[in-house]
Design a protein around this ligand. Structure first.
Ligand code: CP
Ligand code: NVA
Length: 303
């Protein structure tokens, strides 16, 4: 693996390899076993959007691996004043051992990888959120023991989270159902991807249909970063697309809930369901750290 730009690029074996390493790194951290696998390495972290989890988990992750992370905000970088990504990539490649980027367009991440000469990690674009879904998959395996035969359900916007969940869960042998309001479905590219897994993928506009017999239910905000001006319109369009007690009642009794956070209680999820599944949701947040450390080691160790 040269970069982590999308989950599509990873085979089932590569995905499992990352998750296995993540489990091992989590064990080492919990047991005080040193694992400075990136001693002396540097990671630049470009943020063109806000972040709590991603910023802190990558920064702490690099520290725990014996390396160093630089927080590079869009407000301070010349990229924010229009310096082309092609030039930024070539400059940063001469100082750093890796780059993590959170931005709007997927193409910007791809260009960074294309023009630079060091590994690039996608830490969220409008198209996908691979690091988050690696943590989600790790959490599912922790709670359920395996992936095969489980049904994963996403309720809400056909956004970056939906895209990566569909790809990651199908790759690992799970069935996936997604319920989105009309006009907010996932893009054709993801529908085409799912065609590789006949009989495993279902798309509907009815949350109750999707949630039937679910083993894991995911949701995410109605309006993502960059869509703030659409918030009022979306609030109306997503009426009924909520993870609540009634929806959970049609899922399996031991169904998990995952939320990438931040959550909007009373919109995509009720406070009641959120709190009932808080252990799973905060384990998921913690697992960002372990899963990303695994990605960084795979990309940057021994290079
Ligand atoms: N889930 C997630 O990526 O959180 P942040 O936006 O806080 O990084
Ligand atoms: N879909 C959300 C995910 C936040 C982690 C967003 O892009 O804002």
């Amino acid at each position: 693996m040269e970069h982590l730009l999308t989950l599509e690029q990873l085979s089932k074996e590569e995905l499992l390899d990352i998750l296995n390493l993540a489990d091992q790194l989590k064990f080492q951290k919990k047991n005080g076993i040193p694992h400075e696998l990136l001693k002396g390495k540097t990671l630049g972290m470009i943020f063109q959007k806000s972040s709590t989890r991603t910023r802190v988990s990558f920064e702490v992750g690099m520290y725990e691996l014996g390396g160093y992370a630089l927080f590079l905000s869009n407000r301070d970088l010349q990229i924010g004043r229009g310096e082309p990504v092609q030039d930024t990539a070539r400059v940063l490649s001469r100082y750093l051992d890796g780059i993590m980027i959170r931005t709007f367009e997927q193409k910007e991440v791809e260009d960074l990888a294309k023009y630079g000469s060091i590994p690039v990690v996608n830490a969220l674009t409008d198209y996908c959120h691979p690091c988050q879904v690696l943590a989600d998959l790790m959490t599912i395996r922790e709670f359920k023991g395996a992936f095969d035969g489980l049904k994963a359900v996403f309720i809400g916007d056909g956004n970056n989270m939906a895209n990566s969940i569909i790809v990651g869960c199908l790759r690992l042998g799970m069935k996936v159902a997604i319920a989105s309001p009309k006009g907010y479905e996932v893009c054709d590219h993801i529908v085409d991807f799912a065609k590789q897994y006949p009989g495993m993928f279902e798309m509907t506009n009815d949350p109750m249909v999707a949630a039937k017999d679910a083993d894991v239910i995911f949701t995410d905000v109605y309006a993502s970063m960059g869509q703030e001006s659409e918030a009022a319109v979306r609030l109306k369009a997503f009426k009924g697309f909520q993870v609540n007690k009634e929806l959970m009642a049609v899922a399996h009794d031991d169904c998990m809930v995952q939320h990438c956070l931040p959550a909007h209680r009373g919109e995509e999820i009720t406070a009641e369901v959120f709190e009932a599944h808080a252990d799973e949701i905060f384990e998921e947040a913690e697992n960002r750290l372990h899963a990303q450390k695994a990605v960084l080691v795979k990309l940057m160790a021994d290079k």
